[in-house]
Design a protein around this ligand. Structure first.
Ligand code: AP5
Length: 233
């Protein structure tokens, strides 16, 4: 199964993607994480992307499509959860063509609907473990023991360089201008499945699980279920 987790910056795509792949044998393909890894490794791609990301603008389609193509060719087991990709119409076309070539298809585009006030709050409160990368939130998802990572026990935490007010304003503008048109694109293909992203992490996860259960149902039931899940953009 191949899924796109779609939504504006801070909607919870990464949080839900990590939850989704657990126990399903799927892989999370986050272009943001790939670009940050390229920066940390000081590769040519990482150096080219760094300034663009710091400004909150989109990295070129050629770079991100290249990253996804390379990763897809390595195989994705039970499927992929695309997180933060595609973000432009050109990237969406490229993803369709790549999957076609691999004899695969996209099963659903899960759109996390979150309003701007919640996005700003989520991004302002985000921090992650400097060692294992586990993502937390000051209020919504603090560490169980203050100052100690739940997963690896590290006491070093980081905040993303682009999680500041100016960069976020630019990221939201980029989203509404270049990425939001994909809502209509995937609706027209019958793939768009909106989910209310305003609840807590577990409530949003449960809504996604219920949607996937309906997707996995036998064909007639599945079509009826999707009729219920999908709505106009
Ligand atoms: P990327 O890393 O993809 O950032 P983004 O889209 O801005 O999304 P975020 O990672 O900020 O948010 P998220 O939706 O994953 O939320 P999260 O789960 O962390 O991209 C960064 C940059 O890379 C881009 O600006 C661009 O420059 C470049 N780039 C990446 N992909 C690209 C592409 N395809 N094309 C071109 N350029 C590209 O949650 C946020 C916080 O909220 C966390 O603290 C979390 O704990 C908390 N939280 C999550 N869910 C909930 C909930 N339900 N309730 C309360 N809190 C919650």
């Amino acid at each position: 199964m191949n899924l796109v987790l779609f939504g504006p910056p801070g909607a919870g795509k990464g949080t839900q993607a990590r939850r989704l792949v657990e126990g399903r044998g799927m892989v999370q393909l986050s272009t943001g994480d790939m670009l940050r890894a390229a920066q940390a490794a000081n590769t040519e791609t990482g150096r080219r992307a760094a300034a663009v990301m710091a400004r909150g603008e989109l990295v070129s389609d050629a770079i991100v499509v290249g990253l996804i193509e390379e990763r897809l060719r390595q195989g994705t087991g039970a499927g992929a959860v695309f997180d933060g990709f595609p973000r432009t119409l050109a990237q969406a076309d490229a993803l369709g063509a790549l999957l076609d070539r691999l004899g695969q298809r996209l099963d659903a585009v899960i759109e996390l609907r979150v309003d701007d006030a919640a996005l700003i709050d989520r991004i302002a409160g985000r921090f992650s473990c400097g060692r294992c990368g586990e993502v937390y939130h000051d209020r919504a998802r603090p560490t169980r023991v203050p100052g100690v990572c739940d997963v690896c026990g590290s006491t070093g935490f980081v905040r993303r360089a682009d999680d500041n007010a100016e960069s976020l304003r630019q990221r939201l503008m980029e989203y509404y201008k270049k990425t939001a048109p994909l809502i209509g694109y995937y609706h027209a293909k019958g793939l768009l499945c909106p989910v209310d992203g305003l609840g807590g992490v577990e409530a949003v996860g449960a809504a996604i699980d219920a949607l996937l259960a309906r997707l996995a149902a036998p064909r007639r039931g599945r079509e009826r279920a999707l009729d219920g899940a999908r709505e106009s953009p």
